[in-house]
Design a protein around this ligand. Structure first.
Ligand code: DX5
Ligand code: ZN
Length: 555
C-alpha cells in the first residue's frame, strides 16, 4: 500500500479503536497482545505487504501469517482498515456465525492461517516460503510470533529448518511483550537472562538482560532488534530483513502488552479480557491522545548538527524538527536540503521539516529527496494552486503533508479543501525566525478555535505546537488539542536531552490523565471516576490518578 509514516500511525490508531470496540462488544477477546503488535501490523499492512483486499486469493500476493492467533482482534481490525471488509463488522467479533472468530479462521477471506494452536505458525510459514521458491514466485511471507508461544519446542525445530533451507523470502517478527497468558514470560519460561525477584517489569527494562536475539543467532538467523512501537524502526528493519539473502531473518520487537491504554500496559490481566462498555469512550479518548515530542535542532550547536541528531536519538525523540530558514521569508538563515541529506543517514527518527522559505513549491522536491518524512510549508506563501501541487508531490512520494500558520494568520479559505489530506498543522506560537522566544499566550485560544473548525472539516492529522513550548505550558498546549510538541531551547538547549524529554512526556501524561478523569466524571460521575482509577493496578499510576481526582474535587 505504501503509506507515509503519519498515515500508518493514523491507521494504527483506527485499528486500535476497532480492537476496543470489537472486544468490548464481544465481552471477551485479547486486547493486550493486539496492542503490543499494533505498530508491527501497521507497518506490514500499510507499507510492506503486497495484497489486494478486493481479491484476497490473488496469486501474486504476499502472505501475512499471525502465528499468535489469539491476537485476532489485532489482525481483523487491520484487515478492516485495509478494506477487506467493513469496519462495522468488528462488532460481530466472536459471535456465532461471524467470520471474525476468537482465533483467525480461513472462513474469513484474507486470513492465511488458522492460528488457534500456538507454536506452529513458523513451520507453516517456512512451508509457504519454500513453496513460493519452488513456484518461482516473487512472494514474501511475513510472520508475527509471540514470546509466549516460544515455549513450544516446534518453534525451535522450525528455527533450525529455516536456517538449513536458507529461507530468506520470509521475515519473522517476534512480538516480545514479555507477558503470556498466566504471567510474565520470564516466570513461566525465561527467554532472556533469568530475572529473579518481585519487580520483573522494571528489571526487564534493563537492555543488558535481553538475550532472546542470541538464541536466534545461534540457530543461524539474521537478528535485528527494534523498539516495536516505533514505526520507523520496524519499517527500516523489515527493509533490511527483506534484503538479507541466504539466511532467515527475525526482528525482535520489544513491545509493551496493552500499549496505548495505560491501565492495560504491562499488565498480565489484559492478555485475554475485554474492556467494559462504559470505559470505551474514555479509552478511545486516551488512544486519540497519543503525543509526540519533536526537538528542534537549531537550538543546539549549528556547527555540529550531527551531534544534535545524536542527542535526539539518545533522548528517544519521536521526531526531529528541522527548521529551514531562507533569510527571506524570515530574516535568519539556518540550513537547507543539502544539510538534511547529510543528516539523514545518522538516524531513522522521522524528519519533521518545517520550511520557513519563500516559494516552497519550487523547492519542495529537494526536501523530499533529502529524506524528509513530513514537510510543512507556510500558508502565507502558498495559494490553492501551489499548495495543490505541493500536496500532490508529497503524497506521491509518501511524505507527510503539513501546513503552518503564523501567529497573526488564520487558516486561509483555500486551505479548507485540503484539510482531510493534511497530516499536520503547525499553529506557530512565536513569530517564526529564531528559537528561544516567549510563547504567545493568545495561541491557546486560537488553537482551540481552529481545532473545532478542523474537526468539522474532517481533519485527521496532528496539531503541532511550535515556538516557546516548555515544561510550564506544554500541559496547556495539550489541553488545547496539540499532540506534537516542538522544543528548541527547552529541549535541545538543555544539557540532558533524555531527561528533559522524559519530563516533557510526564507533564503531558499528567494532563492526559486529568482529561480522562474529567471525561469519566462527565460520563458517570464520581462512581465511574473511581472505577477508572481502580483499573490502574500496575506501578504508580493509581497514586497519581487519585491525586488528580482529589485536585479536581472528584474524591
Ligand atoms: C521558530 C521555529 C521553532 C523554534 C523552536 O521559528 O519554527 O521551531 O525554533 O524553538 P523554541 O522552542 O526555542 O521556541
Ligand atoms: Zn519550527
Amino acid at each position: 500500500m505504501g503509506l507515509n509514516y503519519y498515515k500508518i500511525k493514523r491507521n494504527v490508531l483506527k485499528a486500535r479503536k476497532l480492537v476496543i470496540q470489537g472486544t468490548s462488544a464481544a465481552g471477551s477477546g485479547h486486547p493486550g497482545g493486539s496492542f503490543s503488535m499494533a505498530e508491527i501490523l501497521g507497518c506490514i499492512f500499510y507499507k510492506h505487504l503486497k495484497y489486494d483486499p478486493k481479491n484476497p486469493t490473488w496469486e501474486e500476493r504476499d502472505k501475512f501469517i499471525l502465528s499468535k492467533g489469539h491476537a485476532s482482534p489485532g489482525l481483523f481490525s487491520n484487515m478492516a482498515v485495509a478494506g477487506y471488509f467493513d469496519t462495522s463488522q468488528m462488532k460481530t467479533l466472536r459471535q456465532f456465525g461471524s467470520k471474525l472468530q476468537g482465533h483467525p479462521d480461513l472462513k474469513c477471506p484474507g486470513v492465511e492461517f488458522c492460528g488457534g494452536s500456538l507454536g506452529i505458525g513458523l513451520s507453516y510459514s517456512i512451508g509457504n516460503a519454500l513453496a513460493a521458491k519452488l513456484d518461482g514466485k516473487d512472494q514474501m511471507i511475513y510472520t508475527v510470533m509471540g514470546d509466549g508461544e516460544s515455549d513450544e519446542g516446534q518453534v525451535w525445530e522450525a528455527a533450525m529448518a529455516a536456517a538449513k533451507y536458507k529461507v530468506d523470502n520470509m521475515t519473522v517478527i517476534l512480538d516480545r511483550n514479555f507477558i503470556q497468558q498466566d504471567s510474565y514470560t520470564e516466570k513461566i519460561m525465561p527467554l532472556d537472562e533469568e530475572l529473579v525477584g518481585d519487580d520483573l517489569t522494571d528489571m526487564w527494562k534493563d537492555a543488558s538482560r535481553w538475550k532472546t536475539g542470541d538464541k536466534w543467532r545461534s540457530f543461524g538467523w539474521n537478528v535485528i532488534d527494534v523498539d516495536g512501537h516505533r514505526i520507523e524502526q520496524i519499517s527500516n528493519a523489515i527493509n533490511k530483513a527483506n534484503q538479507t539473502k541466504g539466511i532467515p531473518s527475525i526482528i525482535i520487537a520489544r513491545t509493551i502488552k496493552g500499549k496505548g491504554v495505560e491501565h492495560m500496559e504491562d499488565n498480565p490481566q489484559w492478555h485475554g479480557k475485554a474492556p467494559k462498555p462504559e470505559f470505551v469512550p474514555i479509552i478511545e479518548q486516551e488512544l486519540e491522545s497519543q503525543f509526540m515530542i519533536a526537538p528542534s535542532i537549531i537550538a543546539g550547536d549549528m556547527s555540529n548538527l550531527e551531534k544534535e541528531v545524536r542527542r535526539c536519538e539518545e533522548g528517544r525523540a519521536d521526531y526531529i524538527h528541522l527548521d529551514v530558514m531562507d533569510g527571506q521569508f524570515v530574516p535568519n538563515t539556518t540550513f537547507d536540503h543539502t544539510k538534511i541529506k547529510e543528516l539523514r543517514p545518522h538516524t531513522v527518527i522521522p524528519f519533521d521539516t518545517h520550511l520557513m522559505i519563500n516559494d516552497p513549491v519550487k523547492h519542495v522536491g529537494d526536501y523530499i529527496d533529502a529524506g524528509s518524512d513530513i514537510i510543512t510549508v507556510h500558508a502565507e506563501v502558498c495559494d490553492e494552486s501551489s499548495f495543490g501541487e505541493i500536496s500532490d508531490m508529497l503524497e506521491s512520494n509518501q511524505v507527510g503533508i503539513g501546513l503552518a500558520i503564523n501567529p497573526d494568520t488564520e487558516l486561509p479559505e483555500w486551505s479548507y479543501k485540503f484539510i482531510p489530506l493534511l497530516d499536520q498543522i503547525i499553529i506557530m506560537s512565536v513569530v517564526p525566525g529564531k528559537s528561544g522566544q516567549k510563547y504567545i499566550l493568545s495561541t491557546h485560544e486560537k488553537t482551540q478555535r481552529i481545532i473545532k473548525q478542523l474537526h468539522e472539516n474532517h481533519f485527521e492529522g496532528y496539531i503541532e505546537a511550535d515556538g516557546g513550548v516548555n515544561l510550564d505550558n506544554i500541559g496547556a498546549c495539550f489541553e488545547d488539542g496539540a499532540r506534537a510538541f516542538v522544543g528548541g531551547s527547552a529541549i535541545i538547549g538543555q544539557s540532558d536531552v533524555r531527561l528533559i524529554i522524559k519530563e516533557f512526556r510526564n507533564q503531558v501524561l499528567h494532563s492526559r490523565r486529568q482529561l480522562l478523569i474529567k471525561k469519566a466524571h462527565n460520563l458517570g460521575g464520581i462512581e465511574l471516576v473511581n472505577q477508572w482509577i481502580d483499573l490502574h493496578v500496575v506501578g504508580k499510576k493509581k497514586d497519581s490518578l487519585v491525586q488528580i481526582a482529589k485536585e479536581l474535587g472528584f474524591q
